[in-house]
Design a protein around this ligand. Structure first.
Ligand code: NAD
Ligand code: UDP
Length: 335
């Protein structure tokens, strides 16, 4: 059985569904700090299968003991954490407390209960974004733009130390680039609790009328059209990357690092155009100042995941836009 922390969130819910579809037994732990209870029912309905759910903060030792005692867990996927880079600048202590403490508590509980395999949600934010693009797994880390990125890098180091001390045996550090899209049913998707920080939910909320316009942060970057370039990956491809990582950990011990991205850069204006084409809805945009801390370009080299995991992103930007739109149109106010 696989324990998924943060399994009610955006990436977690899509991954849990894929695990259930592939026949894995799953237990989910989430405290709904950034998600809604409704997602659990929708996942069960889509998968036509049940799974154990624990409403808990994964920093709580008693609760972790209960979960590990009640289930025969073979591997943990640790999605739970706070994830907004901008917010982390104003609330650094909350970010360090949640992201580090959850990782430490979980690692201790896993060790005590004899569970040694972990897949960790890391981020492109751990890289020094002043490096040459594309970023590969050996590109420099550190000099992170915000406390969020630093917290993820610290977790990577904590987990590496735990493996070196034989507290864990097999750890995959998955560095995600920019997840977009939604399950093709339109039943689960990204549902930011406040004003969206990320581009795609801001686009879809503008399209559905919840926002009057989209502000494009910077059109004077040294990029082909002057707007920021990122590596957008469909959340379903990302979910599939976790299955590939689980299979890889069967036979590979130690710490393995993988970029999970599409491996190509797409600008803000290109994403808006693709969305307009997929949805048939015009997005009112306005150019605004650069967002502090933003890098002009960030995209991944995904050769390592292709070679060792046998995984690569398959879905197009057009499909991701169509899926994001289907989700938002069917759920204008989220869950
Ligand atoms: P999300 O906020 O939608 O999901 C995280 C889930 O974890 C939420 O359901 C939240 O309620 C839960 N949670 C948070 N702290 C918890 C705690 N202490 N105990 C129990 N549950 C807790 O975020 P997401 O986009 O699905 O991201 C999942 C992971 O991937 C995060 O670790 C994030 O940092 C990482 N990541 C996300 C992105 C992205 O752009 N979405 C990019 C790179 C990495
Ligand atoms: N962006 C934007 N308007 C928004 C949100 C984002 O122009 O409302 C831009 C942002 O400046 C960046 C790109 O879209 O160039 C992706 O931003 P996001 O926050 O989604 O991802 P990140 O910058 O964290 O990789």
């Amino acid at each position: 059985m696989i324990l998924v922390t943060g399994g009610a969130g955006y990436i977690g819910s899509h991954t849990v569904l894929k695990l259930l579809e592939r026949g894995f037994d799953v237990a989910v732990a989430d405290n709904f700090i950034n998600s809604k209870t409704k997602v659990i029912e929708r996942m069960k309905k889509l998968a036509k299968r049940d799974f154990s759910f624990y409403e808990t903060d994964v920093r709580e030792k008693d609760q972790l003991d209960k979960i590990f005692s009640e289930n025969k867990i073979d591997l943990v996927i640790h999605f739970a954490g706070l994830k907004a880079p901008g917010e982390s600048v104003d609330k650094p202590l909350e970010y360090y407390a949640n992201n580090l403490d959850s990782t430490i508590a979980l690692t201790c509980a896993m060790n005590e209960h004899g569970v040694f395999k972990l897949v960790f949600s890391s981020s492109a934010a751990v890289y020094d974004l002043r490096s040459d693009m594309p970023l590969d797994e050996a590109s420099p880390t550190g000099n992170c733009a915000n406390p969020y990125g630093r917290s993820k890098r610290m977790c990577e180091q904590i987990l590496t130390d735990a493996v070196n001390a034989n507290k864990l045996r097999s750890v995959a550090l998955l560095r995600y680039f920019n997840p977009i899209g939604a399950h093709e049913s339109g039943q689960i998707g990204e549902d930011p609790q406040d004003t969206p920080n990320n581009l795609m939910p801001y686009i879809t909320q503008t399209a559905v009328g919840r926002r009057s316009r989209l502000y494009v942060y910077g059109n004077d970057y040294d990029t082909p059209d002057g707007t920021g370039v990122r590596d957008y990956i469909h959340v379903e491809d990302l979910a599939a990357g976790h299955i590939a990582a689980i299979e890889y950990l069967e036979n590979n011990h130690g710490v393995s690092v993988f970029n999970l991205g599409a491996g190509k850069g797409v600008s803000v204006m290109e994403l808006i155009c693709a969305f307009e084409k997929a949805s048939g809805v015009e997005i009112k945009t306005e150019f605004a100042a650069r967002r502090p801390g933003d890098s002009p370009i960030c995209y991944a080299s995904v050769d390592k995941a292709k070679t060792l995991l046998g995984w690569e992103a398959k879905k197009t930007i057009a499909e991701a836009c169509a899926d994001s739109w289907r989700w938002q149109k069917s759920n204008p106010n989220g869950y």
